[in-house]
Design a protein around this ligand. Sequence first.
Ligand SMILES: [Zn+2]
Length: 56
Amino acid sequence: MSKFERYTKKVEVYIDPHKHCKQCGEMITEANTYCSNCYTKLKEKKKRKFFRRKKN
Ligand SMILES: [Zn+2]
């Protein structure tokens, strides 16, 4: 019975609204799609693309 009790406790702790980053899978808040790290990276990528287009 003690085993079962332990399991229930674990599940209870796990109830917490969260999502995983689409890029790296890190735990993030439900309001976001990416973690701050990947979000910054994506932003930089967009900037770069824009710059390249302007040059051409
Ligand atoms: Zn990430």
